[in-house]
Design a protein around this ligand. Structure first.
Ligand SMILES: [Ca+2]
Length: 119
């Protein structure tokens, strides 16, 4: 798990050596070539753990490397994104990403919201 989180963080932050990391494959823990809502939620939590391990809230303006991960999560009155709000946003973000409405994300749907590094 630790190395998965490190690789994920590298990929999400666009590190040069992460160009070949397949985020879809990382998120697809059941290896069925589609992302269930629970897999999507787990993947997001891994991202939070990588960037903000142990933090209850973050200031998005101080975390440009995690911009994609925090997209779609509204900040609180202090301008911070809380972990609770981040987690709570997952079902709605999943639904938005599920363009064909089949309850799963295929590769194209997933990569539209979690673009591969450099892609
Ligand atoms: Ca779908």
């Amino acid at each position: 798990m630790k190395w998965t989180i490190i690789a994920l963080g590298a990929a999400l932050s666009g590190a040069a050596y992460a160009q070949e990391i397949d985020l879809f494959a990382m998120a697809d823990t059941s290896r069925d070539e589609r992302i269930a809502q629970a897999e999507f939620a787990d993947f997001r939590e891994m991202g939070w753990d990588y960037f903000f391990s142990g933090q209850d809230s973050v200031d998005p303006s101080h975390a440009p490397e995690a911009k994609g991960l925090l997209a779609g999560v509204g900040p609180d009155s202090a301008g911070k994104v809380t972990h609770a709000a981040f987690t709570a946003a997952a079902p709605a973000l999943f639904k938005q990403a599920d363009k064909n409405g089949d309850g799963m994300l295929n590769r194209a749907e997933f990569e539209a919201v979690m673009p591969p590094p450099g892609g």
